[in-house]
Write a protein that binds this ligand. Structure first.
Ligand code: ZN
Length: 264
């Protein structure tokens, strides 16, 4: 196909593709603070790329990216892990020192948006919806999984939720926030949008509270005692190679899951 972007296709082309591959991909992610060195569209731009590449392999179409995402208030335990005061009201990655707020929508609004989107997919005769979330917030993934359970359970639409990052050997998702992997992914996809020089040079430590850059150890409940970013997840040691390799594996995992879902 010349493109898998539904917006550029005529009805006849869409119906023809649906007869063979009734799959629709929805990339999802908010405009969100990602440190001084990354663009605010990091999550949705990443999700869009993964969805497009996966659709090329599995067949199906890609819906225009949903530039939406949700976050919740941080628990006192997480605030402590991040090095923030336990009594503060902090939503997602909007830390006090940031110069700009993120474009989060409340969780209930997000759920309505995605539900409406799934209803549109049913109405348009798609049979499989693949929700690719570039944003890894717990409440975002929980909301998507809850909706997927409902649509799968009622048999109305086969729905798959994918967070396109790679599991480490330790069973943890090796993705922090604006740390090594996300920086590498943007260096791979849109190098002109990344400005590593806006961070201090290595080995100067980066504190979580400086720019809301957080390593995956911290999200797994194992922060550094001084609440700095661990060297193995430091944005300054990212590279386009790491980014491409991460996305290659993520696309492979996703296409396998879609093929399995088709057989069910
Ligand atoms: Zn992100």
């Amino acid at each position: 196909m010349k493109t898998r972007q539904i917006a550029f296709l005529r009805p006849k082309e869409i119906v023809a593709e649906q007869k063979i591959n009734p799959i629709i991909y929805l990339p999802i992610g908010p405009i969100e603070w990602h440190g001084p060195h990354l663009p605010v569209g990091t999550d949705p731009l990443h999700a869009s790329y993964i969805a497009e590449k996966a659709a090329d392999l599995t067949g199906g179409l890609v819906w225009p990216t949903a530039w939406w995402g949700t976050e919740r208030e941080r628990s006192s335990q997480v605030l402590n892990d991040l090095g923030l005061s336990e009594s503060e009201y902090i939503v997602g990655m909007d830390f006090p020192a940031n110069s700009l707020k993120s474009g989060y929508v409340p969780e209930d609004v997000f759920a309505y948006l995605i539900r409406s989107q799934l209803e549109i997919f049913i109405q348009m005769n798609f049979r499989i919806a693949v929700l690719v979330s570039g944003h890894g917030a717990t409440n975002q993934l929980d909301t998507l999984q809850r909706l997927a359970a409902e649509y799968n359970g009622t048999g109305r639409l086969k729905t798959l939720v994918e967070l396109p990052f790679v599991l480490g050997d330790d069973g943890l998702m090796h993705v922090g926030h604006a740390s090594c992997i996300e920086t590498s992914i943007m260096e791979a996809l849109y190098p002109e949008t990344v400005e590593i020089d806006s961070l201090p040079p290595l080995p100067k430590p980066i504190y979580n509270t400086d720019w809301a850059i957080v390593d995956y150890h911290t999200f797994a409940g194992k922060p550094a005692p001084d609440r700095t970013v661990h060297h193995d997840d430091d944005p300054r040691s990212g590279s386009a190679e790491i980014g491409f390799e991460n996305m290659r594996i993520a696309i492979e995992n996703l296409t396998r899951r879609v093929s399995e879902l088709r057989k069910m």
